[in-house]
Design a protein around this ligand. Structure first.
Ligand SMILES: Nc1nc2c(c(=O)[nH]1)N[C@H]1C(S)=C(S)[C@@H](COP(=O)(O)OP(=O)(O)OC[C@H]3O[C@@H](n4cnc5c(=O)[nH]c(N)nc54)[C@H](O)[C@@H]3O)O[C@H]1N2
Ligand SMILES: Nc1nc2c(c(=O)[nH]1)N[C@H]1C(S)=C(S)[C@@H](COP(=O)(O)OP(=O)(O)OC[C@H]3O[C@@H](n4cnc5c(=O)[nH]c(N)nc54)[C@H](O)[C@@H]3O)O[C@H]1N2
Ligand code: SF4
Ligand SMILES: [Mo]
Length: 905
């Protein structure tokens, strides 16, 4: 019988409610929860395909243990696995002290999981070496809020976005990264077209589709831009002197600083027209309600803290905070980045928005935990932590719910660190990730739909995450794994004492944790699972006795600082760390794709999610391609000061000359090499210690890899992936992806300077099933060209082209259409490699829900259809809506072309 469980989406910080349909064993479907106040029933392309992800062949099912370096891991059981880990940790702590071990955790854990880890590290082990991937994500926003407003609290609600009159979206591609919030904004803008939207992004993203003004600033120049805007606000008298006097401090110093940020100077630094700068300032200065949204374009920077405070300065100077439709609103990336900050899951924090460096805070938390004291030594933050692993200071490392061997910058060093570490534990839901490779102990974690707890979304709203089905095989929820390990470690480190980890359920953890928020800015000591179940998700603060949450902060102009006043910060603009020079003349920008999530451990199991973008491609302005004599689609070597990658290039006029764009999702699994982050640099912001993931110096050059391979094989895609991937380390370039809707298939593209040895090709053929059986083959050893196609029941089920791959898109289309006709047979048995009629261009799926290709939409546009017409005739954009901005972009282009045409006439 089908049951429904209300829970949340496990992807982004919008925090949408989902209704999981299941039979008590298996998840069958997913719908948006109409009662959830984040999404009111809507889901984006990722949320609505959750039930299609999570192939069991990719999941961790049993603990696996390696009993010595160089040996293979083998299946273990929970008791032996955790006892072994407790022995190693206890020995290491006794021999080398508590700071010789570390925990690296994640913004995708639930609040209860975080709390268990924090107590484990600080109360039991006695180290502050506990940091999370939020260091790569939100730590600059934490610093910004704390030093400007006194506490780490985004003061706004989603409704404020809809109510604002002028919206500044800086360094956020919400159309891809926070799609449901973007849908809400689209609706608001359609209802109130006078609302002004300014997008600040070096790239013309889909988010710009909604912008009245796009400031395509040069990378990293935001601080100059914000100071320049303040300069104009001051000059024009568009500031709120009364608010500044009553509620802030430090304005005079800032005023002196921004005197130098004249429109001329700023337009030059930012590389934008002065008129655009003036217009932005005018809209901000005159708006009844001004709200800003920002994300990684500000945070992931060596001046991330300065960027955050410079933006908050604008709100304080104009008094645009604390009222509906106003405020500085940092969008959180991961589903529970907020919960991590609340529970103190960064090295420098403690639970309840406390600081590890504050003796009073340490004493309060120690008292709550019933331990004598908490550690005083400074904990290592992500980049420094892995440096300490690499140089041997950290001897045992526990990683949970994050994939550092893909997501941290300067991957060469990260792989060296993990290889060198004496003991690495990885607590993971999917055993396919790059980091799992280095695990001495691999622990299978329950994942989406299989675990219970709470999460806090971007608008401070706490939801109850409910379990729908049991975790597969022996996988266990994170809080349970962590507490079980902690109990075993206790027996070794403080035998005979009552356990600190006597938790029977996530609710027990929540109940123990929540008093730590009492009396603090985030106070949610009044919440309980029962309240969340009866009254729905709630926004903090929600103190004891409250009956409703708090939609907006600082309405009374009192801030969480000691003086009660907000503080202006006067930081000078500093250029990104890696200046462009003759050797590395391009700035590499990295970020998200619409349909993939980070290292793709989950989204990469759903073939449909590759329909929009199938492979890693470096986007360059057409001028830069021309300068390097590169054709779109050709392979190129991309080099930075730290390493290199081989990738196809594409012409992308959304990036300006001098820049390049590569999605962050590629690691060593889907692409040969160490992925996007082999190129990025570990330089970080001095206050937030967040690395500069968005600006690395690179160069791109031609490579000659004439020998190419293309393969496609349907069925058992994860198993085939695992078997085939290692063989492709022998090629200079290899890219793997899934494709197909009804019949998922694995697709591989590879290239090398010369033909590989026959033995390797034979092994690949065997795994593709084109070595024997109903296979049509043509091999021309002289030209080292080979074609093999396996046909079963009149349909292609496997393809391998070697030497030359001109026919790949044509064959893929035949496979997709289920055709294996006489034309195919004729082509296969002839020495020709080019397909009949020259072949078809590969076409991406623009609308994933309704399966509508870009080609079909272009045809519709050519027939004169507008957005409504396309929706009506093709049904594209009628379900989740994630593709609408891109369709609008295609429509705009038609208008632009028509205008260009009429001016040339
Ligand atoms: N589809 C999808 N959605 C996601 C995620 C995902 O993996 N996939 N991840 C989630 C997570 S954890 C996060 S943190 C968020 C990230 O969400 P976003 O920050 O919106 O996404 P990004 O693409 O990383 O970067 C945003 C933009 O910053 C721009 N940028 C680069 N440099 C600069 C600069 O110097 N100044 C300015 N103003 N802009 C700059 C980039 O061009 C890019 O368009 O997304 C969340 N949502
Ligand atoms: N170049 C570049 N690099 C970046 C960024 C960028 O913009 N550019 N963005 C950075 C940002 S903002 C972020 S947030 C990071 C993200 O980087 P990561 O944290 O490495 O990203 P994920 O792939 O989401 O890793 C989460 C892991 O947890 C596993 N998992 C899922 N559910 C569960 C669960 O319930 N329990 C456990 N134990 N495991 C689970 C998943 O399979 C996955 O492997 O990447 C950063 N890296
Ligand atoms: S916007 Fe999409 S990815 Fe983000 S929580 Fe909602 S459904 Fe999930
Ligand atoms: Mo993030």
């Amino acid at each position: 019988m089908t049951q429904t469980t209300a829970s949340t989406c496990c992807y982004c910080g919008v925090g949408c409610g989902v209704l999981i349909e299941h039979d008590g064993e298996t998840i069958l479907g997913v719908r948006g929860d109409p009662n959830h106040p984040a999404n009111f029933g809507k889901l984006c392309s990722k949320g609505s395909t959750l039930h299609l992800t999570g192939d069991l062949d990719a999941r961790g099912l049993y603990p696996e243990l390696r009993l010595g370096k160089g040996l293979a891991r083998s299946r273990s059981d929970w008791d032996s696995a955790l006892d072994h880990a407790a022995n190693v940790f206890a020995d290491t702590i006794r021999e080398h002290g508590p700071d010789s071990v570390a925990f690296y955790i994640s913004g995708q854990l639930l609040t209860e999981d975080y709390y268990a880890f924090n107590k484990l590290a600080r109360a039991l082990v006695g180290t502050n070496n506990i940091d999370s991937n939020s260091r790569l994500c939100m730590s600059s926003a934490v610093v910004g809020y704390k030093r400007s407003l006194g506490a780490d609290a985004p003061p706004c609600s989603y409704e404020d976005i809809e109510q604002s009159d002028c919206l500044l979206i800086a360094g956020s591609n919400m159309a891809y990264a926070h799609p449901i919030l973007f849908r809400r904004l689209e609706t608001a803008k359609a209802q109130r077209p006078d609302m002004k939207i300014i997008v600040v992004d070096p790239r013309r993203t889909d988010t710009c589709e909604l912008a009245d003004l796009h400031l395509a600033i040069l990378p990293g120049t935001d601080v100059a831009l914000f100071h320049g805007i303040l300069h104009i606000l001051l000059w024009e008298g568009w500031i709120d002197r009364r608010y500044i006097d009553a509620h802030t401090e430090g304005f005079d110093e800032l005023k002196t600083l921004v005197r130098d940020y004249t429109p001329v100077a700023v337009a030059d630094i930012c590389g934008i027209p002065q008129a655009d700068l003036l217009l932005a300032a005018e809209w901000i200065g005159k708006a009844p309600g001004f709200l800003s949204l920002w994300c990684m374009g500000l945070n992931q920077s060596s001046s991330g803290s300065a960027k955050n405070s410079a933006l908050i300065n604008l709100h304080l100077a104009t008094g645009q905070i604390g009222r509906p439709g106003t405020g500085p609103f940092s969008l959180t990336g991961q589903p529970n980045a907020m919960g991590g900050r609340e529970t103190g899951s960064l090295a420098n924090l403690l639970p309840g928005h406390r600081d590890a460096a504050n003796a009073g805070h340490r004493a309060e938390v120690a008292a709550h935990w019933g331990v004598e004291r908490l550690p005083e030594s400074t904990g290592l933050t992500a980049i420094e932590l892995f440096e300490a692993v690499r140089d041997g200071r950290i001897k045992a490392l526990w990683i949970a719910c994050t994939n550092p061997a893909q997501s941290l910058p300067d991957q060469q060093k990260i792989h060296e660190a993990l290889a060198a570490c004496p003991f690495v534990v990885v607590q993971e839901a999917f055993f396919t990730t790059e980091t799992c490779h280095y695990a001495d102990l691999l622990l299978p974690a329950a994942s989406w739909g299989e675990k219970e707890g709470t999460v806090t979304n971007s608008e401070r709203r706490i939801s109850h995450v409910r379990r729908a089905v049991p975790a597969p095989a022996e996988a266990r929820p994170d809080w349970a794994i962590t507490s079980d390990f902690a109990r075993r470690l206790e027996q070794r480190l403080r035998p005979g004492l009552p356990s600190l980890f006597d938790f029977a359920s996530p609710e027990a953890l929540f109940e123990e944790y929540k008093p730590l928020t009492a009396g603090r800015d985030l106070d949610y000591s009044g919440l309980s699972y029962a309240i969340l179940d009866t009254r729905g998700p709630q926004q903090w603060p929600f103190p004891a006795g409250a009956t409703a949450g708090t939609p907006r902060l600082y309405g009374d102009g009192r801030f969480a600082t000691e003086s009660g006043r907000a503080r202006f910060h006067a930081d000078v603009y500093r250029a990104p760390k890696e200046r462009r020079d003759a050797r590395f003349p391009l700035t590499l920008n990295t970020g998200r794709l619409r349909d993939q999530w980070h290292g793709m451990s989950r989204t990469g199991t759903a073939a449909r999610l590759f329909g929009h973008v199938e492979e890693a491609v470096l986007g360059l302005h057409p001028d830069e391609l021309r300068r390097r004599r590169l054709q779109p689609g050709e392979l190129a070597r991309v080099r930075s000061r730290r390493g290199s990658l081989i990738l196809p290039v594409q012409a992308d006029d959304a990036v300006r000359p001098g820049q390049a764009y590569l999605p962050m999702h590629w690691g060593n699994r889907f692409l040969k090499g160490l992925g996007t982050n082999i190129l990025t640099l570990p330089a970080f912001d001095p206050l937030s210690r967040q690395p500069e993931l968005k600006h690395a110096g690179i160069e791109v050059e031609r490579v000659e890899l004439p020998w190419q391979l293309f393969a496609l094989v349907e069925g058992d895609v994860q198993q085939r992936f695992t078997a085939l991937r290692p063989l492709f380390d022998n090629f200079a370039y290899a890219s793997l992806a899934l494709t197909g809707r009804e019949r998922p298939a694995l697709v591989i593209k590879a290239a090398s300077p010369v033909a590989p040895d026959a033995g390797l090709l034979a092994r690949i053929d065997a795994l593709l099933g084109v070595d024997e059986g109903p296979v049509l083959a043509y091999d021309d050893p002289r030209r080292t060209v080979g074609k093999r196609v396996r046909i079963e029941d009149g349909r292609i089920v496997s393809i391998r082209l070697a030497g030359e791959t001109a026919a790949r898109d044509w064959l893929k289309a035949l496979w997709n259409e289920g055709r294996a006709d006489a034309e195919l047979r004729r082509w296969l048995l002839a020495p020709l490699s080019t397909p009949p009629g020259g072949g078809k261009q590969a076409d991406k799926t623009l609308c994933n829900c309704m399966n509508v290709s870009e080609g079909a939409i272009r045809d519709g546009i050519a027939r004169g259809l507008d957005l409504d017409g396309l929706k009506r005739d093709l049904k594209c954009g009628t379900s989740c809506g994630s593709c609408v901005p891109e369709i609008k972009r295609l429509l705009d282009r038609r208008v632009e072309n028509r205008e260009a045409f009429s001016t040339t006439l």
